[in-house]
Design a protein around this ligand. Structure first.
Ligand SMILES: Cc1cc2nc3c(=O)[nH]c(=O)nc-3n(C[C@H](O)[C@H](O)[C@H](O)COP(=O)(O)OP(=O)(O)OC[C@H]3O[C@@H](n4cnc5c(N)ncnc54)[C@H](O)[C@@H]3O)c2cc1C
Length: 463
């Protein structure tokens, strides 16, 4: 270990209150070296479990002086390796900054620390009759800070949008140790550059977020859910277009392809009509129960021509949960068939959904691999899961993934709809965005982080 590292640690030990710094104990550090990306374990040299903004400021100020890398860490549910300490250094964990500071029904805002678990925030605001819509499927574990860093979205993004649309303002500490406050409590506000929007989705490379002010909505009182089977993905995609073209915006439109359906059939045999090759899960919501039900019936009418068999509309909460289980257990069911899988999260224009699904399948078939595709069809965000059984197949899987990302870009889409670039896709950023835009972003990064100490090696390929 270098002298600078030892001095930095000694300074942190002296300046941080007791119990914040973890160093020297490999077993304690190792969990901080993992996320949900399947990229391996990169333990940091030390962990600081910050309890407030001043702790964060001290860490960045010391790290900056000694040129030590700092990696912000939330709940480590990330799927692109963003929180991995690939160059060692300090993992700055927000797990103890988990207070909900305020929920204001009058201003329709909540102020929270970054380590608050998303489901905790949602449950709290719902007690006040309010609603925070972004709903990544990891909501029981992921933090708001991680959601802000990744601009997370979920099934409800179709109607309500993603995290960026709900962040009104932030407090954050820059790599130099300066504390900044961006945004405003008012809904409107156009002063200066929109740095709130820039920090959302910056994957912990520009600043460490220490407080988030989010916009809330009144909670929709009623939700209706339906499941529809189709002969194939083309028919399901046609149905999606027809629904959206008629001005109906359901809150979710989740698509599952034939490989996904085969996996579901293992735990729910005989549930879908014979010959079904795709499923759509549809959900509508609002305050007027009759109107919400009428809307789902309208969706059912619009998709009937393409559907195979009856549209299954949930009659009560238990049936709603049953329908959602089909989607929620999909990943587990796929793993029961193939123990290993690599899940990509491309997004394409809605009109290209059938072509994207077909190309992902063909790419897999060409390499002797099955690909299951499911995801948020309403907004074109598709999870293409390359399925495999042994580590020996991994080189072919990586080839398939690269070809899937290229196909998404060729179809006018993106290499990542919600999981972020991180470490996993940094080599593909230029493919999507071109040299000039990547170079401009590198310059932006240098303005915030002139010494390159904050989450180094992420988003951009090594220079
Ligand atoms: C089962 C499962 C389902 C998922 N479903 C979805 C989904 O539907 N939609 C979706 O968008 N994602 C999904 N994800 C991915 C993941 O949950 C999200 O990216 C989430 O936002 C990460 O939050 P986290 O707290 O775990 O952050 P981490 O994984 O700890 O970190 C993620 C990134 O955020 C940075 N970061 C964390 N906290 C801060 C902070 N305070 N300031 C600055 N940077 C910070 C880190 O440096 C890292 O780059 C899923 C993951 C799993 C495992």
């Amino acid at each position: 270990m270098s002298g600078a590292w030892e001095v930095a640690l000694a300074e942190l030990q002296a300046r941080l209150p007791a119990g914040r710094l973890l160093a020297g104990d490999g077993d304690a550090l190792e969990p901080y070296g993992l996320d949900e990306s399947d990229l391996g374990c990169f333990p940091p040299g030390a962990v600081v479990r910050a309890e407030n903004e001043e702790d964060v400021r001290i860490v960045l100020e010391v790290a900056s002086r000694h040129r030590v890398p700092v990696v912000p860490v939330g709940a480590r549910s990330g799927k692109s390796g963003g929180s991995l300490a690939i160059q060692g250094g300090i993992a700055l964990s927000t797990e103890r900054m988990n207070r909900i500071l305020e929920v204001s029904g009058e201003d329709l805002v909540a102020r929270v620390e970054p380590g608050v678990i998303l489901a905790t925030l949602q449950a709290e605001v719902e007690k006040h009759g309010l609603f925070y819509p972004p709903d990544p499927n990891s909501l029981e574990t992921c933090t708001i800070g991680g959601n802000v860093a990744e601009n997370a979205g979920g099934p409800r993004a179709l109607k309500y949008g993603v995290t960026r649309e709900y962040v009104l303002g932030l407090r954050a500490v820059l790599p130099t140790g300066e504390v900044i406050r961006t945004g405003h409590r008012s809904i409107k506000g156009v002063a200066g550059y929109d740095l709130t929007a820039l920090l959302v989705g910056s994957e912990g490379t520009l600043a460490i977020v220490t407080e988030v002010m989010v916009k809330l909505l009144p909670r929709p009182r009623h939700v209706a859910t339906a499941l529809v089977a189709f002969a194939d993905v083309d028919a399901a995609a046609r149905a999606v277009s027809r629904v959206l073209a008629q001005g109906v915006i359901p809150r979710c439109l989740e698509l599952m392809d034939d490989v996904s359906l085969a996996a579901i059939a293992r735990t729910s045999p005989g549930r879908f009509p014979a010959g079904a090759g795709a499923l759509l899960l549809v959900e509508t919501d609002g305050n007027d129960e009759e109107q919400v039900f009428d809307e789902i019936v309208r969706v059912a009418d619009l998709v009937a021509a393409d559907a195979r068999g009856e549209v299954l509309v949930a009659r009560d909460e238990a049936q709603r949960r049953e329908i959602w289980e089909v989607r929620r257990y999909l990943s587990v069911n796929l793993k029961a068939i193939h123990p290993l899988k690599l899940s990509e999260d491309v997004a394409v224009p809605r009109s290209k959904i059938p072509e994207m699904v077909a190309r992902a399948k063909a790419i897999g078939a060409g390499l002797g691999l099955a690909v299951a595709t499911y995801g948020h069809a309403g907004d074109g965000n598709l999870h293409c899961n390359v399925l495999f059984d042994t580590a020996a197949e991994r080189p072919r899987v990586d080839q398939a993934v690269a070809a899937i990302l290229r196909a998404a870009v060729e179809l006018g889409g993106t290499i990542t709809g919600e999981h972020g670039v991180g470490l996993a896709k940094r080599d593909f950023l230029e493919l999507e965005q071109g040299k000039e835009l990547v170079a401009l972003q590198r310059r932006l990064k240098a303005v915030f982080d002139p010494l390159g100490i904050l989450n180094p090696g992420k988003i951009f390929p090594p220079a």
